[in-house]
Ligand binder design. Structure first.
Ligand SMILES: Nc1nc2c(ncn2[C@@H]2O[C@H](COP(=O)(O)OP(=O)(O)OP(=O)(O)O)[C@@H](O)[C@H]2O)c(=O)[nH]1
Length: 407
């Protein structure tokens, strides 16, 4: 009598727990919107259905043909539960659905357990059939989880293994009770059989927890990946917005921001324009013209390396913003720059330039400072025009073309 009460109590625990988990999974599927969760949602609905059949056994006390019908329905639902749990883990681990293979794996065992449920003659036989299906299916489920890449399915695998071990113990207990002489079955076996549903409930909660953790792990991984992608896209966009594609230095759009940055502590603005650049383009071609622009930008960067900004303003015009702390030796830096650029470089002719140098006054607008520096640059250019170019810069000559090597 006490055993019957225990059996009814633990089965009631499992029924209410399975119903709650089934409701939870329906809500979980809706809130996450993940397709992979559909298998687990169906699994818990099937589990709920299996336990509903148990209720019918209690209240209905079926007779005749209804007995094998309900037995077969129970084994079918219970096997559908473990099959859907395992297939869900498999689909989740591989991140895709291989439908024909899934059906080939699931349908034959379902059919067999349905027929087996129809055929068995006693509760111990029914228990052995069901326990063996659960133990086999869930231990292979645990293997699937633990061999999946990453550790996202670790807890689901633990839940599967716990439930599989319980099923193996239930199989042994049912086998013992089926073969034991009347009255010789140890009482703890009877108590275990009466209460195993409560243990099953605990293991099933671990399975449910494992499924939730798997989804949350995957959501995190996907969020991280999309965050990294966004960060890369943001960096690329920032580069396009801030940098000049030919030389890699800041473009004109950044100038107001850079001026704003340096002017609080006082700074100078140097406006550069290449001399006779059009002639380089016209005589040597635009590729060499481009190489000259790159060479000039590099020379500015290496000569004014500490400067807050080296900017390509337009065509062959460049701006350097130099904090006051570094501007004491502007003249010697400019001389050094001229020396650097005067000689031919590999395939690139010597480059001359004019420059306007002006302090950025407090309260100066960027436009006013630029205008002043531009005017000073033109004065410098006019001055330099009076000096023959060949006196300061190597004559423009086409780059030397190496003869092809023999062989
Ligand atoms: N190769 C190349 N040429 C460019 C680029 N942007 C502008 N230019 C050329 O740069 C030249 C600028 O010429 P200007 O500044 O008008 O004249 P300049 O020959 O330098 O003469 P001065 O400034 O008076 O010394 C034009 O021929 C433009 O076509 C570019 O990205 N690449």
């Amino acid at each position: 009598m006490a055993e019957l009460l225990l059996w009814q109590w633990s089965t009631a625990v499992q029924i209410s727990s399975a119903a709650l988990v089934a409701i939870f999974f329906v809500a979980f599927r809706r809130s996450t919107g993940r397709r992979e969760v559909v298998w687990w949602m169906c699994a818990w609905l099937a589990n709920g259905l299996a336990l509903l059949v148990t209720w019918m056994f209690w209240f209905w006390q079926p007779q005749g043909l209804l007995v094998p019908t309900l037995q077969a329905a129970y084994t079918l639902c219970k096997s559908a539960f473990v099959a859907a749990m395992v297939v869900g883990a498999w689909v989740f681990a591989r991140n895709r659905v291989e439908r024909p293979l899934t059906l080939a794996l699931v349908l034959p065992p379902l059919l067999l357990t349905f027929l087996g449920g129809w055929w068995v003659q006693s509760i111990p036989q029914l228990g052995m059939l069901q326990a063996s299906v659960i133990a086999l299916a869930l231990s292979s489920g645990a293997l699937i989880c633990w061999t999946a890449p990453g550790r996202g399915l670790l807890w689901l695998g633990i839940g599967f293994l716990l439930r599989a071990l319980l099923a193996a113990a239930e199989f042994a207990a049912y086998a013992w009770s089926a073969t034991a002489e009347p009255g010789s079955l140890p009482s703890y076996v009877g108590i275990f059989l009466a209460s195993h549903s409560s243990f099953d409930t605990g293991a099933e909660w671990v399975i449910a927890l494992g499924a939730v953790l798997a989804v949350s792990h995957r959501n995190h991984a996907e969020l991280d990946a999309s965050h990294a992608e966004l960060h890369q896209a943001h960096e690329a966009l920032k580069r396009v917005a801030e940098r000049d594609p030919l030389t890699g230095i800041y473009n004109r759009r950044m100038l107001p921001q850079l001026i704003e940055r340096v002017r609080q502590h006082g700074a100078r603005l140097l406006f550069f324009d290449l001399d006779d650049f059009k002639a380089i383009n016209d005589s040597l071609g635009h590729d060499i013209g481009d190489a000259c622009l790159r060479r000039f930008a590099q020379a500015l960067q290496s000569n004014f390396g500490e400067a807050t900004g080296v900017v390509r303003y337009a065509g062959d015009e460049f701006v350097v913003l130099l904090p006051d702390t570094l501007s004491s030796d502007v003249a010697s830096r400019l001389d050094h720059l001229r020396d650097d650029l005067a000689a031919n470089d590999v395939g690139v002719p010597g480059i001359g330039f004019s420059v306007g140098d002006t302090p950025i006054e407090p309260g100066d607008s960027p436009e006013r400072a630029l205008l002043r520096a531009d005017k000073l640059m033109y004065l410098d250019k006019a001055e330099r025009r009076r000096v023959p170019r060949s006196a300061t810069v190597s004559p423009i000559r086409p780059p030397r073309v190496e003869p092809p090597k023999a062989g």
